[in-house]
Design a protein around this ligand. Structure first.
Ligand code: VGL
Ligand code: ZN
Length: 208
């Protein structure tokens, strides 16, 4: 068993990010058995869930003349636009049915404010509004996180970087993640994670 000061953060393993979903990540469903097995070794498991209202500002369909993967200027900076995904209460927003984590202790929803996106499980895209996950982990005595899920180059990467910025030891397990990889976004994300002090590991490198 991995020590109780470490938490596994399972990011956005939801139907819309898996094959057949509206923002499908190639091989997204392949992380499910890897995460199920890995999670058995953790005393603390937390999930994030992308959870957008209909008409969310990160949807291309909310901006006249814009297509998915274009960007738009938001008050907090450039926002990438996506197909409609993870709309609150829809099947696409549900966790993948194969995800078997009854032991998970908390689910942190994010992206639920119409005008602000949130790739990170800690800090929304305005880089000011906190989700509460940092406080939750600190109160629980967690000082290390292992981040897995979808997608490596967006929600996993931002979550892992914000964990490091919050002073947590932050590690991403590469074969428990899959990427969108649009326009070099995956290489950029790994570089940004490395620069932020996020460690990159494989399942075999983990203790316990
Ligand atoms: C994500 C794009 C938009 C993710 C969420 O989970 O990586 N990517 N919303
Ligand atoms: Zn989203």
């Amino acid at each position: 068993m991995i020590d109780p000061q470490t938490a596994l953060i399972v990011v956005d393993v939801q139907n819309d990010f898996c094959p057949g979903g509206s923002l499908a990540v190639a091989g997204g469903d392949e992380v499910v058995p890897v995460i199920n097995a890995l999670a058995q070794r953790f005393a603390n498991v937390v999930l994030t869930q992308d959870w957008h209202p209909a008409g969310h500002s990160s949807f291309a369909s909310s901006h006249l003349g814009k297509a998915p993967f274009e960007t738009v200027a938001m008050p907090y900076g450039a926002q990438a636009l996506w197909p409609e995904h993870c709309v609150q209460g829809t099947r696409g927003a549900e966790f993948h049915p194969g995800l078997d984590l009854p032991q998970a202790q908390a689910v942190v929803r994010k992206g639920f404010r119409s005008e602000v996106d949130s790739y990170s499980g800690f800090l929304e895209a305005d880089r000011t509004t906190r989700t509460g996950l940092g406080g939750y982990l600190t109160e629980r005595g967690v000082s290390r996180v292992v981040v897995v899920g979808l997608a490596t180059d967006f929600c996993v990467g931002w979550t892992a970087q914000d964990a490091a910025a919050a002073g947590l030891d932050s590690l991403v397990v590469e074969e428990a993640c899959r990427a969108i990889d649009h326009d070099g976004s995956l290489a950029r994300a790994w570089a940004a994670m490395a620069a932020s002090g996020v460690r990159r590991a494989r399942v075999a490198d983990l203790p316990g």
